[in-house]
Design a protein around this ligand. Structure first.
Ligand SMILES: C[S@@+](CC[C@H](N)C(=O)[O-])C[C@H]1O[C@@H](n2cnc3c(N)ncnc32)[C@H](O)[C@@H]1O
Length: 113
């Protein structure tokens, strides 16, 4: 297995050759000013690599439906969505403000024909 770092929003030529199986992003949804850069890169890679998935965590601090909005905007879908309280140890979960969600995201092929 080969692992490469990824800088979203950076369109140097190496990005166009990437065919990832899995794109991992831990706690990368924290500044909405960067969401377009992040999802433009992630959506490009999902289109470029059939069957690829984006696995990420995000801290849902306010209970809003951020992820649903982003899925519609970018033509993506959540394959799995796990609530942090179902996998975090109680000592970690107790100190959380809001919730952590773990999501597996793929291209919504209906929207990328
Ligand atoms: C909230 S932190 C998450 C840190 C990580 N979960 C950890 O435990 O180290 C967000 C991370 O996104 C990285 N980041 C910010 N902009 C980025 C970009 N355009 N491409 C790749 N990573 C970026 C930051 O450097 C930071 O490490």
């Amino acid at each position: 297995m080969q692992v490469s770092g990824l800088t979203w929003g950076n369109w140097d030529e190496t990005v166009f050759d990437l065919r990832p199986d899995i794109i991992l992003g831990a706690d990368v949804l924290y500044d909405s000013a960067n969401f377009d850069d992040l999802f433009a890169t992630v959506t490009f890679l999902l289109e470029n690599s059939s069957g690829a998935v984006f696995i990420t965590t995000y801290h849902n601090r306010s209970g809003h439906h951020l992820i649903e909005f982003l899925m519609v905007k970018w033509g993506l879908k959540c394959l799995k969505l796990l609530d942090g309280f179902s996998f975090l140890p109680p000592c970690k979960a107790a100190s959380l403000q809001g919730n952590i969600q773990l999501v597996e995201i793929a291209l919504d092929k209906e929207k990328h024909k």
